[in-house]
Design a protein. Sequence first.
Lengths: 237, 237
Amino acid sequence: MKASDKVKHRTDMISSALRSAILERVLMPGMKLPEDSLGERFGVSRTLIRQSLERLAAEGLIELRRNKGAMVAKPSLEEARDLFELRTQIEDLVISRVIKNMTPDIIAELEGHLAKEVEAEHAAEPKSIRLATEFHILLAKLAGSPVLLRYVEEIGYRCGLTLSLYARPHSTDCGIAEHRQIIEALATGDEDTARKLMRHHLNAVADRALFTTDEGGPLVYLDALEPYAKKVRDGGA
Amino acid sequence: MKASDKVKHRTDMISSALRSAILERVLMPGMKLPEDSLGERFGVSRTLIRQSLERLAAEGLIELRRNKGAMVAKPSLEEARDLFELRTQIEDLVISRVIKNMTPDIIAELEGHLAKEVEAEHAAEPKSIRLATEFHILLAKLAGSPVLLRYVEEIGYRCGLTLSLYARPHSTDCGIAEHRQIIEALATGDEDTARKLMRHHLNAVADRALFTTDEGGPLVYLDALEPYAKKVRDGGA
DNA sequence: GTATAGTTGATTGCATACAATTTAGCCACC
DNA sequence: GGTGGCTAAATTGTATGCAATCAACTATAC
């Protein structure tokens, strides 16, 4: 059967768990990620941990230094700016394509997501951050290009990481209104406005961030990983 | 010392060798890549081959099917179009940034590369293909953003792969004139023209391709890899 | 003659063992 | 007191071995 091709490997699960932990600020930039400890924590051998780390390194979420192990990436301010600039350029294309594919279902789906964002507006921070990122990923999905989705996801995650480095807490809330505006422009088929709004939104997100750098030490504190590891050990996604 | 961080692993060398082989059409789309044979050929164990294959899979140059091994990716026509569309969008940003950084040295470097392209115009095909791709990569380097470079490289390579699937031989030559025009526009600082030319150039490349699909069988013929493997075994880059 | 089940061979998935390298602690020496 | 090397512990780099899975083939039944 062909569905078996879609069975997730344990490596996928571990990568996802680590990625989530990074994006939800459980693993902060600079933290060391020793293969042994992670393997123990996830209940697998170093082989699979290594694969996961290499994958995340390819995505730019962690840094891999020869013979010195992995740590959560600490992108520079300049890199952060470059990421947002590139993201803006790419999401421009997302907007164009979503407008081309437009159907009522698409607006419904976007509004459904927005509702979730509103609901979580005053909830725990990690959740609202995740939802805000997922709005952009949903848009990319609706653009109907797997290639585009792949890069929007990756760059979106990297931007999320930079925010955990440079943004101060609670700088994400105001994004919801901007998301709503974008949906409205898309609904009326006004491509030009939608693009301008998206550019403005991304610039605003970047501007709200990019302040002080905390310079937290590179300590290893993997205990917070436990809930993520448990899911993998139990075979969940 | 810090330079030791830049020492290339054997995995890097193997990945590069395989990547070159794919881009130079030595490994054609659909070819199977068994870990054992590759390991033997490169003189390393399956461990390193596996790492390399996973890396190339992350770059979209090969496909990895669960329990069924790796094969050189065979992107669909639609995926090919999406790749070129995305590439066009991203290289737009490259042009902007190169113009912002403009110095006489930059023009000189570009013209130096163009000279190489002219020289190789009637040389063996793999070389001219490689040089054409490297022109875009050089531009991305001159844009001064490592992030941008990383994605231009990756997507450029993927586009190169699609060309080996869909383009007929000798469809690359005419690109040199277009490269020259782009350089001229950059030299005069005319951003708008440069962008238009780049868009036109990429569309032309995509259009020249995207014809018949040969449907070559998924045979394994790794003998052609020998020259690439030798370099790795001898420790070269 | 076709179809299904069983079996064998090849290939990948994962863990473990060992080698190479880095890091940290310690003592000698300036 | 601080600096330089030396040894030991920790950590990564790589190879190998075994288990699991898949593909091809044969044999047997209908």
